[in-house]
Design a protein around this ligand. Sequence first.
Ligand SMILES: NC(=O)c1ccc[n+]([C@@H]2O[C@H](COP(=O)([O-])OP(=O)(O)OC[C@H]3O[C@@H](n4cnc5c(N)ncnc54)[C@H](O)[C@@H]3O)[C@@H](O)[C@H]2O)c1
Length: 662
Amino acid sequence: MKIALNGPLPEDPVFHPNIRRAPRREGSLSEQERALALKNALRYIPEEHHEKMAPEFLAELDEHGKIYGYRFRPKGRIYGKPIDEYEGRCIEGKAMQVMIDNNLDEDVALYPYELVTYGETGSVCQNWMQYRLIKMYLERLTSTQTLVLFSGHPVGLFHSPESAPRVILTNGLLIGEYDNLDDFNRAWCMGCSSYGQMTAGGWMYIGPQGIVHGTYNTLLNAGRLKLGIPNDGNLAGRLFVSSGLGGMSGAQGKAVVIAGGVGVIAEVDASRIKTRHDQGWVNVVAKSCEEAFNLAQEALNKKEPLAVAFHGNIVDLLEYAIDHNIKIDLLSDQTSCHEAYTGGYCPQGLTFDMRTKMLDEDPGTFRTWVDRSLARHFEAVKTLTHRGTYFFDYGNSFMKAIFDSGIKEISRNGENDRDGFIWPSYVEDIMGPLLFDYGYGPFRWVCLSGEDEDLRITDQAAMSCIDPERRYQDRDNYNWIRDAEKNKLVVGTKARILYSDAFGRLAIALKFNELIREGKIGPIMIGRDHHDTGGTDAPFRETSNIRDGSNVTADMAVSVFAGNAARGMSLCALHNGGGTGIGKAVNGGFGCVLDGSERVDNILKNAVLWDVMAGVARRSWARNENAIETAMAYNQIMDGKDILTLPYISSDDLIERTLREA
Ligand SMILES: NC(=O)c1ccc[n+]([C@@H]2O[C@H](COP(=O)([O-])OP(=O)(O)OC[C@H]3O[C@@H](n4cnc5c(N)ncnc54)[C@H](O)[C@@H]3O)[C@@H](O)[C@H]2O)c1
């Protein structure tokens, strides 16, 4: 028995002119490697078509830097349909198809033709031949088989017990010596590796809603920490400035409005502004810096929330604010700096189209433009922070990109990046201590029926599992889910994000499974962003508030992935890179299909607490106070069923004296 792309070739590809296209990828392949890229792509194609496809693939490689196999993209719109419209032999096989198609929906994905969901390069898989094959396998998958994928390539189906995962996938993992961008790009362009980012390659992306909640939490807590806003207050009358209205960054306007503040977000690409404006995620579009800040000031005076999209470069916007003495309360950046030289960061002085052209024609010169712009950007942020603005790095490798461009001054020790950078990453100050250390993280679900009513019922059910009086974090989450429908957050499938801690997630998941059992709702896929308490080791982001020296290790992410697989989560994913770039993170995620069965109740009881508490255990061992408190409480509740190792805390005086007297 063989699963392969048989039959006649699909027709010539058709491209809709209004759909965004990825820039050319830079792989610098040698002649021998070009030959390998061709041979690799032809592995998916029956021999009788090689004569035709070899030159077509070569043309794609030369034009796009990578072979996408455009002709194999199914015709028409791809989107996450109701689960019953998919073929399959088990519910998980059908559910995964909903998730994949949602990740490639042109309303959801950044570059749908290139299979990129978000973050400039975060891909579902590498090419359309893989997409077709994956679907064929998922249609055939039974409840006693596991589909295994290596960087988007479906390796095959392997028999496994019913209690095993139905899909195990990895993306972009590299051998240490080759774990760098150049070697990755080469492997990527040869069709041997894929950049899964986080939920793109893990098929759990649910549109920018996924990050609205995290951004809302971050902004509110930044206000509490730095602007003196009380725990029950909001950002009314406060100005937030940032950049990017793309896949994830597109959440910023919506989040600041939900938090009650005013945001001005710079974006160089008019098409992305249009998408967010049409969705109502930004309220107004300004063509000049002056117009943007005037609109913002009016709203600030009235203490009304407003999201302004500024069509232009963030560096121009910041330099204008400096020259005109505009007070910015909170400042961040969400350009794709983790891919600064491959298109993620548009240098000052180039329009979006000019950036695409230069990247294509002269990537060497493009690098010098990026470096020059990052230097101006750095100076602008420095001036604003001296004037009292609170700047935080929002997990896009902004400060790392500045450091890599040669500006050592941005590192804390002035030499290397081991001790971090002069400004905090939002995880160091906010998300780490106030959320991850307690186990709060971006739990999410997708109503596989596609029914609005299912989403409404699950929102209510999730709300009933939160005690808003316990902590202010619970209050924020309660308010979030209470207003979620009103805030019109859904783009793509009927999905929801809700920050929640370990026991909260378990309670919600079990409640959903019960509702399915009672026939009140259809099946649900639960999961989370990889950007979480335990899923990701990333010293410049998720684990940047780990300060015991273990921030260079990736044991936690790998162990959480393995533990989730052992406990039977339906989909287990492990990736290199994530939001901070190749070699800078190892991150994992999961998906679990709820079908109302007792079997799934058992998976949830075994896996959900593990997934979160392994992360809390690591954070607690790193001596993070809130994590120690959470781990101690957990040990008490679990009463010997789970036992987390707790650290003894040494006195700083003792350490200092010991070293001094040695
Ligand atoms: N903090 C988090 O939780 C989190 C989550 C996801 C992604 N990220 C990171 O945030 C970054 C953005 O993610 P995304 O999915 O939105 O990527 P994206 O590539 O879809 O969007 C980035 C946007 O920035 C715009 N841009 C680039 N340079 C600009 C400039 N100089 N001025 C104005 N606009 C500019 C681009 O046109 C693009 O629309 C990535 O590095 C990603 O890894 C962070």
